[in-house]
Design a protein around this ligand. Structure first.
Ligand code: PAF
Length: 282
């Protein structure tokens, strides 16, 4: 696996590649979820490029930029084992040189859900993803469904900005008790880790009620919120039922309805989601 630091090194390495490029943009701190995205990229392209960049602009004031887990050596070993051909580890100054001032904004999809408490987050993600796409020029890029709103923002920007890139979703990978894998799970104390299952329990409850015929989003929201309120270390930020394509709130659930939730467990903010009608049980 080639390791590139600068844009020039990445472009030089790419010149030696033949065939299609599959791209997995990441912020490092790899867990099985990231590795499954790399394997998916490998399955559908000839060469796999992974970027590792903790993008400072997508962290709001008071968020966990400094604490965000970093393990470059471990990450490089894991991505090599997962079949990546090129790891790009840019410096902040390479992506945002002095005088940088351009921003990409996917307006409507960025506003609800996580956009309410993180108003600059998705614009920063859209901007950095646009830059990464321009440099890597992939044929395919893989994004995890755990960050469902991010996936929809990226799909929209690819369409709106005429990128010739196929966006593939990677299913959420879960711990044995169902907790969605996240680099931020490492912040949880043992007690918080136990209570973090409240998110997947909420997902399971909503799916079960939907499968039993419940269609009132008010009732589904109330049931999930009340389940989470039974966990003393958990504080709900939102429990929302939205159309999975527009992310607009819905009152009557159907097969396109997405349950999305954000919960603080202790001081760690965790998210999860599901399309209620999907048969897979987390
Ligand atoms: O999902 C992530 O890890 C980040 O938001 C991304 C897409 C790499 C952009 O910084």
């Amino acid at each position: 696996m080639i390791i590139a630091r600068t844009i020039a090194q990445l472009q030089e390495a790419k010149r030696g590649f033949e065939g299609s490029i599959g791209f997995v943009p990441t912020m490092g701190a790899f867990h099985e979820g990231h590795l499954s995205l790399m394997r998916e990229a490998r399955r559908c392209s000839d060469k796999v490029v992974v970027s590792l960049f903790v993008n400072p602009t997508q962290f709001g004031a008071g968020e966990d930029l400094d604490a965000y887990p970093r393990d470059l050596e471990g990450d490089l070993a894991k991505s090599r084992a997962a079949g990546a051909h090129l790891a790009w580890v840019p410096e902040t100054a390479d992506l945002y040189p002095p005088g940088y001032q351009t921003r990409v904004e996917v307006t409507e999809l960025s506003r609800p859900l996580c956009g309410v408490s993180r108003p600059v987050h998705f614009s920063a993600v859209a901007t950095v993803v646009t830059k990464l796409f321009h440099v890597v020029e992939p044929d395919v890029a893989v994004f995890g469904e755990k960050d469902f709103q991010q996936l929809q923002v990226v799909r929209r920007l690819v369409q709106d900005l005429d990128f010739d890139i196929e966006i593939l979703p990677g299913p959420t990978v879960r711990e044995p008790d169902g907790l969605a894998m996240s680099s931020r799970n490492s912040y949880l104390s043992p007690e918080e880790r136990e209570q973090a299952v409240c998110l997947v329990e909420g997902v399971r409850l909503a799916k079960r009620l939907y499968n039993e015929g419940e269609r009132s989003c008010g009732r589904l929201r109330q049931e999930v919120s009340s389940l989470i309120s039974g966990y003393p270390l958990a504080r709900t930020e939102y429990v929302e039922l939205v159309d999975s394509r527009s992310l607009a709130r819905v009152e009557t659930a159907d097969d396109h309805t997405l349950l999305a939730l954000a919960v603080r467990v202790g001081s760690t903010r965790l998210i999860d989601n599901t399309i209620l009608a999907d048969r897979d049980s987390p």
